[in-house]
Write a protein that binds this ligand. Sequence first.
Ligand code: EPU
Length: 417
Amino acid sequence: MKKLIIEGGRELSGSVRIGGAKNSAVALIPATILTKGKCVIRNVPDISDVKILLEMMHELGSKITYKDEILTVDNKNVENVAISEEYASKIRASYYFMGALLGKFHHAEMSCPGGCVIGSRPIDFHIDAFKRMGAHIVENGGNYKMDAAELQGRDIFFDFPSVGATINVMFAAVLAKGKTRIINAAREPEIANVASFLNSMGARIMGAGSGTIEIDGVKELGNGEVDVIPDRIEAGTYLIIGALLGRDFKITDIVEEHIYSLISKLKDAGCNLKVEGDVITINKTKNLKAVNIKTTVYPGFPTDLGQPMSTFLTQCEGESSFEETIYENRLRHIPHLNNMGADIKAFDKTALIRGRTPLVGRKVKATDLRAGASMLVAGMIADGTTIVYNIEHLLRGYEKIVDKLNNVGANIRLIDE
Ligand code: EPU
């Protein structure tokens, strides 16, 4: 079990570099299954979700090197073995093996994907789309067996623009017969990143990043390369930290457009920030004002930043609201914030946050990945020492976060016991 011990109240100055996006990397790695060519993926973040995926690729027979954030993958000898429950349950992104194996081998076997406990996370859009494209799928106690004589391009409409289902249908469609159209596709920047990787291999994907994606199936794919885009959620988390503790604090390798929803809310709250190309300078601001946040799909306010943002809102004068619309259960961190001195009332998927309340160091728990980020920010602004348990969740998605923060003045220890 890992925990963080945080001494609060330290100002931060200097610069932090944003790493590659977790939610791109976890799709780009399984994408390599679709080709026998060699692949190079640069700017791959050193996080535990990536390590688990690399182990899964190794099980399939993939030859991989990973050094200085550059991943080279040779899948010439990959075999289509069943993905064990042990692996599938560790990580949500294991669902990408379904689309990639089905697309490449017309056969996939694995159990339900795991991931953060933030409400029910069905995969019915993925399964329905594979079926529509010609797959025969049998589910038995959470284990899926998928077979297709061939996959046929189809029109696929999603009731909701799901990130995972959009990428999985791209995987199933790139080698399918004919044209696939995804209507009401997710528009998150990670989708375009994955499409540009597949196109570098010779796939024909048009419109990724918009609500309609068209894919003309090709016979085979060749070598591929890509740079993982900067992680907009990591960037947003450091912006929130900078707004509370920065003193000439710079965040580099940031794409302003990807995180505009947060920047706009921080400005509304009165934050002092300056954008120069891919660098944002942000400083601690006094007299922050309450703002209302409603999470939604890109380019709206990201669900993955709602929890760290709720910690920020405890430091704003007046009543703010935080409404989660994507997942059922993203408020499990609220009792821990209240335990540290926050004044938050949670109803169903909405929290009313009355500020400004000073926070004090306490023993708290990271109930999931982004709840961990919320607790980290709370500990850093609290008076005294905060201990955050279950910090494995945080390490799944934030690259070298303790080193990055200590290098700019934080006092955080990661204890492995
Ligand atoms: N949904 C369905 N059926 C489906 C798929 C999704 O009902 O078949 C619903 C979900 O229940 C949810 C909504 O659609 O209410 C959105 O889910 P989506 O499929 O977009 O999410 P995801 O692909 O499972 C990815 C990220 C999440 C991020 C969301 C939204 C990965 C591995 N995960 O999840 O990241 O919150 O998109 O942007 O890419 C995180 O990083 O902390 C995280 C949870």
